[in-house]
Design a protein around this ligand. Structure first.
Ligand code: PLP
Length: 420
């Protein structure tokens, strides 16, 4: 593809240096549909980043768009206070009927604010309130958001340094595979919990991602998650699963923890819950944990009604049966085969993932960045992941077609070869 020089001047002069994703994709996007984005000059890009996982059903999904347009056209409520609205009612009923009830999940639903980090903050606050303790256990390479509470349970040193204040009341433990199998799972954690001389204050909760999306596509084994759930029970700690990136079908089932057969005490959901890229997040918790006082956690934008509309439409269109889940699991095999092939031709590389989230770690930690840049030139949007940006991350929309998936995988393979 020939890239003409886009006019980026207002972004580079007026927008803060903190801007991030746009640096890797130096063009001006104009339109998006399904698995593709188009820039101002009409160049087409296959999007295997899907709005950082917020577009599991693709860009401007026709079913969701219709529901949103109908709602706007009839002057449905668009502001975001937590009033009772028809849009919220429809969402709650759809969520109960398509997600909670079929899985027998005993959760109440809290709307903590528009973004993922809002849900994490609410989860941590609630766990501390319920248990009357301060410490939260998190894991190496975890990512839970950029506000102070969620940053305290995030691993990345660069992101943590941005806090400007000490990040406290959190203790990191090794995630699955972190010790390369050299020590039994949870040896260190259980030892500290049992030993009154360890210096570990009794934690209120443990927060975990089943697959660490930002931390390098590190996949926790189901047996590791089950052991973690058991330890939480034995030691009176709440288990929080942060399903913000891996939920909403990314790994196949609606919740990523379903495969392990565990029922967390608290679950955070965001990104693809609205299905349309509209800000929305949920904090779900067992009924008996609902110890909030009215308004104790409040905010202006806790009820994004347009997001409720698209969320309900997405649940009814994609989660009334298991077609999407089955398709995701079938696509997983295609992606895994392509990565296996690529890894076989690049010594020292490794691939890992589940469902429609995969990572390719290359021997040279800088290689992944080169792959993402070359992929962009070839018309594919992919990102890197991991503390050093050392992993090529594949996160296509779940609604990607077989042809699009093949095309994106071919471009990825070509980019890896050409930048080796
Ligand atoms: N938790 C996880 C697992 C995430 O992947 C993210 C974002 O990538 C967040 C929390 C934070 O969500 P947000 O960026 O919407 O605040």
């Amino acid at each position: 593809m020939t890239i003409t020089q886009p006019d980026l001047s207002v972004f580079t002069t007026l927008e803060s240096e903190v801007r991030s994703y746009c640096r890797g994709w130096p063009t001006v996007f104009h339109r998006a549909q399904g698995s593709r984005m188009y820039d101002e000059d009409g160049h087409e890009y296959l999007d295997f980043f899907a709005g950082a996982g917020s577009l599991n059903y693709g860009h401007n999904n026709a079913v969701l768009k219709r529901a949103l347009l109908d709602y706007l056209e009839r002057d449905g409520v668009t502001h975001g206070l937590d009033m009772s609205t028809t849009a919220k009612r429809t969402f709650l009923e759809s969520f109960q009927n398509t997600v909670l009830r079929p899985r027998d999940l005993p959760y109440k639903v809290m709307f903590p604010g528009p973004t993922g980090t809002n849900a994490v903050e609410a989860a941590l606050k609630l766990a501390r309130k319920v248990k009357g303790r301060e410490t939260i256990v998190s894991f190496t390479n975890a990512f839970h958001g950029m506000s102070l509470g969620s940053l305290a349970v995030t691993g990345n040193a660069f992101k943590r340094a941005g806090a400007g204040v000490p990040l406290t009341h959190a203790t990191p433990m090794p995630f699955d595979h972190y010790m390369d199998g050299k020590t039994p799972d949870f040896l260190w954690f259980e030892r500290l919990l049992r030993d009154h001389g360890s210096g570990l204050d009794q934690p209120a909760a443990v927060i975990v991602e089943t697959i660490q999306g930002e931390g390098g596509i590190n996949v926790a084994r189901p047996e590791w998650l089950r052991a973690l759930a058991r330890i939480c029970q034995e030691h009176d700690m709440l288990l929080i699963v942060d399903d913000i990136q891996m939920g909403c079908g990314r790994t196949g089932a609606f919740f990523s923890f379903e495969e392990a057969g565990i029922t967390p005490d608290i679950v955070t959901v965001s990104k693809s819950i609205s299905g349309y890229g509209l800000p929305m997040s949920l904090c779900l918790f067992r009924q008996e944990l609902d110890v909030w006082e009215p308004g104790e956690h409040n905010g202006t934008f806790r009820g994004n009604n347009p997001a409720f509309v698209t969320a309900a439409a997405a649940l009814n269109a994609y989660w009334a049966d298991d077609k999407l889940e089955q398709q995701t699991l079938a696509h997983a095999q295609t992606i895994e085969a392509a990565l296996r092939d690529t890894a076989a031709h690049h010594s020292g590389s490794a691939y890992r993932g589940r469902g429609m989230v995969w990572g390719l770690e290359l021997a040279d930690p800088h290689h992944a960045g080169r792959v993402a840049r070359r992929a962009f030139e070839l018309g594919l949007l992919i990102e890197t992941s991991g503390a050093y940006g050392q992993v090529v991350k594949l996160l296509p929309p779940l609604t990607v077609t077989t042809d699009e998936l093949d095309q994106g995988l071919r471009i990825t393979q070509r980019a890896v070869y050409e930048t080796a």
